[in-house]
Design a protein around this ligand. Structure first.
Ligand SMILES: C[S@@+](CC[C@H](N)C(=O)[O-])C[C@H]1O[C@@H](n2cnc3c(N)ncnc32)[C@H](O)[C@@H]1O
Length: 253
């Protein structure tokens, strides 16, 4: 895990990096997600933004849908501090749960439920978060926690780089290094470019196409698992050619 990116060092960089709302991440990622969330949410509903970073997306959601409550959760203190500085009335909390191996998965409960504090969660998002963890068991544990707090039938969206498309490509705002072959759980590197031209290298885990389907089975929940619906119709991943992948999970009883 030596290559794990230290997001505590990147809070300042992230505010700048996410500022360009004409970037491909916004146009093909966050804006699409905002539109999709709009189908199921109403004023007064609460969204959990897991791994909220400096809160750029949480703030955008609240601006787009007045009356929406967004709880931002992140494990990096500097990210939470920066989010609170930029949005003093917002709800940003430090998360310190998580597991690192399979042994503790069954008994693991974490502290997300405590942070959410009994509030009903009507949708959850995890944008470019799980891929940063470099450890599939950590992702499993957190999915288990999100399942516990998210209201049954409500959507959980996961956004991350669509590596089979983005491999070796330069999108201006970010550039993915080239790998001749992508293997599941391989570490992959991306260069993020800030508006001033300076660059930050981050390491992610390539999770592959089927990972989340297995995750859900492993934590023993029943759900529907789909790629992003477009115009109400779920498209097969084979036709999906954006560098940004959105997945939707709906837990069942
Ligand atoms: C690439 S940033 C994305 C931030 C934000 N979601 C966005 O789209 O701008 C990844 C974020 O996930 C957070 N993170 C990584 N591992 C985490 C964990 N185990 N629990 C909570 N947050 C985590 C990092 O601190 C960082 O802020």
């Amino acid at each position: 895990m030596n290559n794990k990116t230290d997001y505590n060092q990147l809070a300042g960089d992230f505010t700048d990096y996410k500022a360009n709302k004409n970037s491909i991440e916004w146009v093909q990622g966050y804006n699409r997600l905002t539109g999709l969330l709009g189908f199921s949410l109403k004023p007064g509903d609460t969204v959990l933004d897991f791994g909220c970073g400096t809160g750029n997306y949480a703030r955008t959601l609240k601006e787009t849908y007045p009356g929406l409550v967004v709880i931002g959760v992140d494990s990096a203190q500097s990210m939470v501090d920066e989010a609170r500085r930029l949005d003093p009335s917002g709800d940003y909390v430090l998360y310190n749960g998580g597991i690192q191996d399979e042994d503790n998965l069954k008994s693991y409960s974490g502290n997300l439920e405590e942070l959410v504090n009994g509030r009903v969660i009507n949708a959850a998002v995890a944008n470019f978060v799980f891929c940063t963890m470099l450890n599939p068991y950590e992702i499993l544990g957190i999915c288990k926690e999100i399942h516990k707090v998210l209201k049954t039938g409500c959507p959980f969206y996961i956004m991350e780089t669509n590596w089979p498309v983005a491999n070796g490509k330069d999108y201006g705002q970010f550039r993915c290094l080239h790998y001749p072959e992508l293997k599941q759980f391989q570490e992959v590197e991306t260069i993020l470019r800030k508006p001033d031209g300076s660059e930050v290298l981050v390491t992610d885990l390539y999770l592959g196409d089927t990972f989340y389907g297995h995750v859900l089975g492993d934590i023993g929940v029943s759900c529907t698992y789909e790629n992003e619906p477009e115009n109400g119709v779920f498209r097969s991943r084979h036709y999906w050619d954006s560098p940004i992948m959105l997945r939707k999970i709906v837990w069942k009883e």
